[in-house]
Design a protein around this ligand. Structure first.
Ligand code: HEM
Length: 123
């Protein structure tokens, strides 16, 4: 990445993405049923992406464990990734959009693999 993505760009990406997610007919209901404190959720996701993209270390959570507790299937991930890519292209310059989209796809694949493993061990 020639010039580094900035914290204000990460903030805009997260705010814009989750404003779409909350209205989305497919994945919106999952978020709206669980997230009670949206300002806190948005702050957590800004810490998460700041840690992933700028190695600031601000995020200390365990996202895999969080997503193993959720009623997710591969279609939900396809919708999440499509909305995220759409938002990245809208608010970021192309080089930054490509970087965050690639990271989101890799992380989503990890979550899907973790969920599949969890379900294969319980059935
Ligand atoms: C199927 C798609 C997804 C759905 C429906 C989903 C839904 C959620 C929900 C409802 C929460 C809040 C959980 C809680 O507060 O208990 C959450 C947290 C989170 N999600 Fe996702 N998620 C999805 C995919 C992803 C992906 C692909 C990423 C990263 C690239 C991601 C990153 C996070 C992070 C960092 C948190 C915060 C976990 C914490 O509290 O530390 N999610 N997600």
């Amino acid at each position: 990445m020639s010039s580094k993505i900035t914290e204000p760009e990460i903030s805009l990406l997260v705010d814009t993405f989750y404003s779409k997610v909350r209205l989305d007919p497919d994945i919106g209901p999952i978020f709206n049923a669980i997230v009670g404190d949206w300002p806190h959720h948005l702050a957590t996701l800004k810490d998460f992406w700041s840690t992933v993209l700028l190695t600031t270390g601000r995020y200390k959570g365990d996202p895999m464990m969080t997503h193993l507790q959720l009623p997710l299937d591969p279609d939900h991930f396809s919708r999440w990734l499509a909305l995220f890519a759409e938002t990245a292209h809208e608010v970021l310059r192309p080089a930054h959009a490509a970087t965050v989209i690639a990271k989101s796809q890799r992380i989503a694949e990890n979550f899907k693999a973790g969920i599949a493993l969890q379900r294969s061990t319980v059935s």
